[in-house]
Design a protein around this ligand. Structure first.
Ligand code: UQ1
Length: 449
């Protein structure tokens, strides 16, 4: 495989050089009077200015092998959000605006920034087309645009989220995250439902993190009791058959659920919100189950962006089809992916990026020097689960759901701890903006560059 990859890389690089005169010029320019601006070429084009795009672009700069405008970054966004902090916004611990920065302000001036969307990929021609019609060519392409959270995936959800008087909210979008805590504060009695969809989602622990914070809030306010009659009753309705995808943490979370008297509706996938009624597809999906609610926290379905899904880079599920260990595209040797948009079969988190970014960067350099790439990514990801105010269970694992705990020598990380809470609430947001997006933080490896 590795020898074959060499060939692909060499071919791709030389193809990029010989075909830098864009196809449109060759075929149409002489036949048309329309001015066609030439494609701009960059050694590396990075699609996406999220956690992965920023960490990777800046780690590439730290190698000192690139100068002004060698690397381009493409993203239509004006703002960059620290999304792992949105659970804390839902819990009333932070505001959404303190977690955002202008994307431009996070970019090293050596990077060429195209503040546009991508419309198409043409990997055979080493070209991408942007939303404004302009074209970029590259030697190496990094595709890290994340995934889309789709409220329209659930009937009635967009309307319920937009309705200020409904108690339906969601921590997963900037528009809806600040609706969450007021609805929690306002509820003194009744049925609260927290949902988690079947299928792909980012941060698979977040749907229950917000539930555990809400439970603790109600408990402290005297509205929730574990036993006997409780003014507020809580249901966790998940598309999964278990609390969490990793057996070790799932067992610990299942014990918490039972101890705390939370009803578990497993293999229940929310399909419709109709007034105060939630409709689930249960079991094999044929059975419809309806529940009344007084408050509902909904996690919509998520999936790849259309411009990725409908491109030659996608696997049948719509994710960028890369090798699990090298992060190199399975068909196009000069295309790479990481993070939420990638096919990597691990949980989609910013913590995962801390491990993926150095592997991707190392392998791009090897490929550019026609060296063998290294199968160095083991699937590391992490999910710091808030289980109450002041406590976090620090789930860390790799491919196959095998725990890979940074602090295993000292403690069992399935036990919720105060120190992990401060990592999650104070340290990670700080290290993220001060080091990770600048390419100087390697997660469990500590500081790099
Ligand atoms: C991490 O580095 C990180 O990024 C700043 C997170 O925030 C999203 C995390 O949640 C985790 C778990 C890490 C990993 C680092 C350590 C020290 C466990």
């Amino acid at each position: 495989m590795a020898a074959g990859s060499h060939l692909i890389a060499k071919r791709a690089v030389s193809a990029a050089r010989s075909s830098w005169i864009p196809a449109a010029h060759r075929t149409f320019a002489t036949a048309s009077d329309l001015p066609v601006s030439p494609a701009k070429n960059h050694k590396i084009v990075v699609v996406g200015g999220g956690a992965a795009g920023l960490a990777i672009s800046h780690q590439l700069l730290w190698t000192k092998k690139f100068t002004q405008d060698d690397i381009a970054i493409v993203d239509p966004a004006e703002w960059h959000h620290y999304q792992p902090g949105w659970t804390l916004v839902g819990g009333g611990l932070k505001t959404k605006d303190e977690l955002k920065r202008p994307l431009r302000s996070l970019l090293d001036p050596k990077l060429r920034f195209y503040n546009h969307a991508v419309s198409t990929f043409a990997p055979e021609d080493n070209t991408i087309t942007l939303g404004d019609g302009s074209r970029l060519t590259y030697d190496q392409l990094v595709v890290v645009p994340g995934i889309k959270v789709d409220p329209f995936s659930i009937k009635g959800l967009p309307e319920a989220l937009a309705d200020k008087d409904s108690n339906v909210s969601c921590i997963y979008t900037y528009e809806t995250v600040d609706k969450v805590f007021p609805t929690i504060q306002a509820l003194h009695k009744g049925r609260a439902i927290f949902t988690q969809p079947a299928g792909v989602l980012k941060c698979a622990g977040a749907p229950q993190k917000i539930m555990w914070l809400a439970l603790d809030h109600w408990k402290r306010a005297g509205f929730y009791k574990n036993t006997g009659s409780s003014p507020i009753e809580i249901t966790f309705a998940t598309g999964l058959p278990v609390m969490f995808g990793v057996p070790k943490y799932s067992a610990a979370l299942e014990a918490l659920r039972q101890e705390r008297g939370v009803e578990g509706l497993f293999a229940h996938d929310l399909v419709e919100v109709d007034g105060d009624k939630a409709v689930f597809a249960a079991g094999d999906g044929k059975e419809k189950v309806s529940r009344r609610f007084d408050l509902m926290h909904v996690v919509p379905k998520m999936g790849p962006h259309a411009f990725v899904k409908n491109s030659p880079l996608a696997n049948p599920a719509g994710f960028v089809d890369v090798d699990d260990a090298t992060l190199r595209h399975k068909k196009y040797g000069n295309v790479w992916s990481a993070g939420d948009a990638s096919s990597l079969p691990t949980s989609k988190t910013a913590a995962a990026i801390t491990s993926q970014a150095p592997v991707l960067v190392g392998n791009i350099l090897r490929a550019m020097e026609a060296k063998e790439v290294e199968p160095a990514y083991d699937g590391y990801t992490s999910c710091p689960l808030t289980t109450e105010y002041g406590k976090v269970m620090l789930a860390e694992f790799k491919y196959g759901g095998v725990p890979k705990e940074t602090f295993a020598k000292f403690v069992d990380q399935a036990t919720p701890r105060r120190a992990f809470y401060h990592l999650k609430k104070d340290f990670f947001p700080w290290v993220y903006y001060n080091h990770m997006v600048k390419g100087t933080w390697g997660g469990p490896k500590g500081w790099i560059n």
